[in-house]
Ligand binder design. Structure first.
Ligand code: ATP
Ligand code: MG
Length: 573
């Protein structure tokens, strides 16, 4: 599956190749460092495919999975577990290289003490407001804190007091002593440690001071022997601080290099865990795995394959400039994959009965339907046919509109997919105008769907399901979760941009009875069954669908629409 470095080119792989050529490194070591405070989303997939992809491509390379769990308040074991599951599902593995930043709390603390001893860090006991007022701005240099020139001894004692829980939250922080006049705001004596009396999912109540990301991350990178620390563009301004930490904290490893790339943004969705959590907690969606969510578990439940997501990440590539990718490209990748792999079946979502008046009552016959025309070797499956079949309501009109090629009274000859040619003769309408039944006659000499005399069939090909054997199903149709293309845009509340019609539930849909057998096999996986193995299908003429991992049962079929058949993605647009 993976392409070799020579075939895959981007500025990061070029930098790595240069570092290997110059002998700086033998092999790249990358890491994927999620904070376990939510489920992974498609943006994370970009970073996973990049970091783990590099590890697969370069000989001797490896990629670490590191939980960046230095902030106790929002982190949870549930997220730790789901993140591992999602990475494996995408097809990547970290081997023995699983790390938790929280296992290094002792070491971070020692590093902080070492900085204090070098006169490079101090405990500031001003109020938050006072500190903020001294920061200055890009045009105005900051002012030095009155605590900046405390003695090393005093700093060590106060830092110890912070650690011992003797100082209340918000009353003291440890700051690096760098440059309050720096043009880079991140270098104006940034915070290294803060006090938080919070239970940590790994270390419990052991600690009441926690290191900041900008302090812990470079140390952890250096400790693990990371060579290329890939992060998103927002951290470009933090790179001088990253380098400052690496250079001033003595770690007996080579120095990691931070490289920034553009985050993935996709239209019609939001990509921040904070916002996704809000959607879940405020019940705008049914959970992190709601099929409308851009989370990996949501996409999976929707019917996305890991192959389609990796393909998407390859196509968008890696660059320095931020941009927004069309959701349609993601759908395009899924459609391509499913066109190749999905078994074809017939399903009628909005059924109305068609009676073939010249077909003998009580007669039944069978037809073979190709499982996948792209792969004839995948064979056929049997469908039954009789005098009454279900067809889609919109494949009939009592009065035709211009260019309508489907069924209407005395309209063109149409083909019942794989079965017979029929001609509509009329319908029965209720008092309110709704269609109760449609009538047609069939040509007995057109078995299989082609006329014996070779005449041209002017009407459309229509899918159908035999009324005698059809099974009822619930089908869930999804649209964009947000009607606004940029729900994250400035001056917008993303919750105001939600699409009220993002979910349509259809009941009483008619599907082939063979799907019950598929559902039985899926049920047999028992309580632990997941979306990973949910059977997926192409409902001919309708779209791609998969069984819903939570709700589909053999005695109550539930399908999620994964993607439409039609492609709205225009390459190069
Ligand atoms: P969020 O704002 O969604 O919480 P995050 O960056 O805070 O995102 P982390 O768990 O810290 O989430 O991210 C782990 C890794 O995934 C980081 O290296 C980060 O750069 C990367 N990442 C997160 N979102 C994206 C994205 N949209 N595109 C590319 N990489 C991303
Ligand atoms: Mg984060």
């Amino acid at each position: 599956m993976s392409l070799q470095p020579a075939e895959r080119r981007d500025f990061i792989r070029d930098m790595i190749s240069d570092d290997l050529a110059s002998g700086k490194h033998q092999a790249p070591v990358t890491r994927f460092p999620p904070e376990p405070n939510g489920y992974l989303h498609i943006g994370h997939a970009k970073s996973i495919c990049l970091n783990f992809g590099i590890a697969q491509e370069f000989p001797g390379a490896r990629c670490h999975l590191r939980f960046d769990d230095t902030n106790p308040s929002k982190e949870d074991q549930e997220y730790v577990d789901s993140i591992q599951e999602d990475i494996r599902w995408l097809g990547f593995d970290w081997g023995d290289n699983l790390f938790f930043a929280s296992n290094m709390f002792d070491f971070f603390y020692e590093c902080a003490v070492a900085l204090i001893n070098k006169g490079l860090a101090y405990v500031d006991e001003q109020t938050v407001e006072e500190i903020r007022a001294q920061r200055g701005n890009v045009n105005v240099p900051g002012q030095e804190s009155p605590y900046r020139n405390r003695s090393v001894e005093e700093n060590l004692a106060r830092f110890q007091a912070m650690k011992n829980g003797e100082i209340p939250e918000g009353k003291a922080i440890l700051r690096a002593k760098i440059d309050m006049a720096s043009s880079n705001m991140n270098m104006r004596d940034p915070v290294l440690y803060r006090i938080m009396f919070a239970e940590h999912h790994n270390t419990g109540g052991t600690w009441c001071i926690y290191p900041m990301y900008d302090f812990a991350h470079p140390i952890q990178d250096a400790l693990e022997g990371i060579t290329h620390s890939l992060c998103s563009l927002e951290y470009e301004e933090h790179r001088p601080l990253y380098d400052w930490v690496v250079n001033n904290v003595s770690i007996p490893y080579h120095k990691p290099r931070q490289i920034e790339f553009a985050r993935l943004n996709i239209d019609h969705t939001v990509m921040s865990k904070r916002k996704l959590r809000q959607l879940v907690e405020q019940n705008y969606v049914s959970g992190w795995d709601d099929p409308r969510m851009p989370t990996l578990c949501g996409l999976r439940r929707r019917g996305y394959t890991s192959h389609s997501i990796r393909d998407f990440c390859e196509r968008i590539g890696v660059a320095k400039s931020a941009n927004t990718v069309e959701y349609a490209l993601l759908e395009h990748c899924l459609r391509e994959d499913l066109n190749d792999t999905a078994e074809r079946t017939m399903a009628v979502l909005r059924p109305v009965k068609l009676v073939i008046t010249n077909y003998p009552e009580g007669q039944t016959e069978t037809f073979e339907v190709e499982n996948n025309p792209v792969h004839p070797e995948q064979g056929t499956h049997t469908v039954t046919f009789s005098r009454e079949v279900w067809i889609e309501a919109d494949d009939f009109l009592p009065e035709p509109i211009p260019k309508y090629k489907r069924l209407y009274p005395n309209g063109p000859e149409c083909r019942l997919k794989g079965a017979y040619l029929i001609t509509c003769t009329g319908c029965k309408q209720a008092a309110d105008g709704s269609i109760e039944e449609i009538y047609a006659t069939y040509d007995p000499d057109s078995r299989g769907g082609d006329p014996a005399d070779g005449r041209k069939v002017k009407g459309a090909t229509i899918h159908w399901v035999d009324c005698q054997t059809a099974v009822d199903a619930e089908v869930r149709l999804y649209e964009n979760l947000f009607s606004d293309a940029q729900p994250d845009g400035p001056d917008k509340n993303f919750l105001d941009c939600l699409n009220p019609d993002s979910l349509t539930v259809l009941t009483g849909c008619k599907v082939e009875s063979a799907l019950v057998e598929e559902a039985k096999k899926y049920d047999a996986e028992g309580e632990g069954r997941t979306a990973k193995t949910a059977p997926g299908f192409q409902f001919m003429r309708v779209g791609y669908f998969c069984m819903d991992s939570r709700d589909c049962r053999a005695d109550h079929l539930v399908f999620n629409r994964s993607v439409l058949l039609k492609d709205s993605f225009k390459p190069g647009k």
